[in-house]
Design a protein around this ligand. Structure first.
Ligand SMILES: NC(=O)c1ccc[n+]([C@@H]2O[C@H](COP(=O)([O-])OP(=O)(O)OC[C@H]3O[C@@H](n4cnc5c(N)ncnc54)[C@H](OP(=O)(O)O)[C@@H]3O)[C@@H](O)[C@H]2O)c1
Length: 344
């Protein structure tokens, strides 16, 4: 059995990891950490997990890591890098925070407002967008699990940009997220009364997932790519849709776009390419590790619209993390991760 610890287990991504991992035949959840909620039991923290064996959530410093093989890190960005730097080096780590996603330390400092505290670990980290990084993830010690908006954006875009089918100077990503994307800690602007029956854009052109998306697209294009990225919060608990406006490269057609995505993802259990009469929706991926995507013609010549939908807590976080763990240990990628949604 693989002994895993979940650091930051009292948050939303921690809850999803516990929900998924308890079904895994090769995994034992050996330790759960919390900060302000340390000392509570799992059943107190998450009544919906009351059927699982109970255990107490402890502070990170109270975990005996000598008995642990793999750590899932669900901590706030900035915290993670100092915590991981202090862990024994025999541990493999899947980090769900943003701390190890940006390769360029200057970009990290610019977007996160402080110098990176664990540069050697950042050099070692592998960016774990599973469908595009299997070989590297398989041998990695430290996997930087992608952000939710980058997952929803890069999955449809990477094959197309790699093949030069889109004009990369005209990419506009208009994305909407459910509120759980902001985590479980109490914040006034996330109160029900502030959010219900409303919708707003935020961090326009300065959201921290922008450089992560640009890093992936720049790698794929082999030249610097900048995007316009506008996130929105909408009053639902979970789910995310990215609507991407692009222009076809000279000589490329809509059929080429569809063929490229179809070829890239034909054997992928977690990617569903819809026909042009169907549209990705958060309902269709709720609690599933699936990314639905569709390709649509714009009204103007050369215009193409891509739409993708994921569950931010599953394919955008904990589901992809378990998928990555399965790759790291050579198990079937779908083990304990479901592509089927919960409905309604
Ligand atoms: N939510 C999403 O959709 C999503 C998607 C992709 C990636 N992520 C990333 O994944 C990470 C976790 O997200 P989340 O939504 O699960 O966050 P969350 O609900 O706010 O949970 C954060 C966890 O970290 C613990 N924590 C907070 N400050 C700490 C500290 N100083 N030292 C040790 N532990 C501390 C909290 O413990 P207490 O509650 O006990 O204080 C809690 O267990 C974040 O970096 C986030 O950006 C989130």
């Amino acid at each position: 059995m693989l002994n895993v610890a979940i650091l930051g287990a009292s948050g939303y991504t921690g809850a999803e990891l516990i929900r998924l991992l308890h079904l895994h035949p090769h995994v034992r959840i050996a330790a759960l950490s919390a900060e302000s909620q340390a000392g509570q039991t799992l059943h107190e923290t998450f009544p919906h997990l009351g059927q699982l064996p109970n255990q107490t959530l402890v502070k990170i410093e109270d975990i005996d890591f000598s008995a642990i093989d793999l750590v899932f890190c669900c901590l706030p960005h900035g915290t993670t890098q100092s915590v991981i730097a202090g862990l024994p080096t025999h541990l493999r780590v899947i980090d769900l925070s943003a701390d190890f996603r940006l390769r360029d330390p200057a970009a990290y400092a610019e977007w996160y407002g402080h110098p990176h505290q664990a540069l050697s670990l950042q050099e070692e980290a592998v960016y774990g967008l599973t469908e595009h990084a299997r070989d590297a993830v398989g041998s990695a010690r430290l996997v930087a699990n992608p952000g939710c908006y980058p997952t929803a954006s890069l999955l449809p875009l990477l094959p197309l940009v790699k093949q030069g089918l889109l004009q990369t100077d005209r990419l506009v990503i208009d994305a909407k997220s459910g509120i759980s994307g902001a985590g479980r800690s109490v914040k006034r602007n996330l109160l029900f009364t502030e959010l219900d029956e409303g919708m707003s854009a935020y961090s326009v052109s300065r959201h921290r997932h922008t450089p992560e998306i640009e890093q992936g697209l720049t790698d794929a294009a082999g030249a610097a790519v900048q995007v316009t990225f506008v996130p929105h919060l909408i009053p639902m608990k979970r789910g995310m849709v990215a609507t991407i406006y692009a222009s076809l490269a000279a000589g490329a057609s809509l059929a080429d776009i569809r063929a490229s995505l179809s070829q890239a993802y034909q054997n992928e259990p977690f990617i569903e390419l819809l026909d042009s009469q169907s549209f990705p929706s958060t309902q269709a991926v709720r609690a599933s590790n699936c990314c639905q995507m569709g390709v649509y013609a714009g009204r103007r010549e050369q215009e193409v619209i891509l739409v993708s939908a994921i569950d931010n807590l599953v394919k955008g976080a904990s589901g992809q993390a378990v998928q990555n763990m399965n790759v790291m240990y050579g198990w079937p990628e779908t083990m304990a991760v479901d592509a089927l949604p919960v409905y309604p």
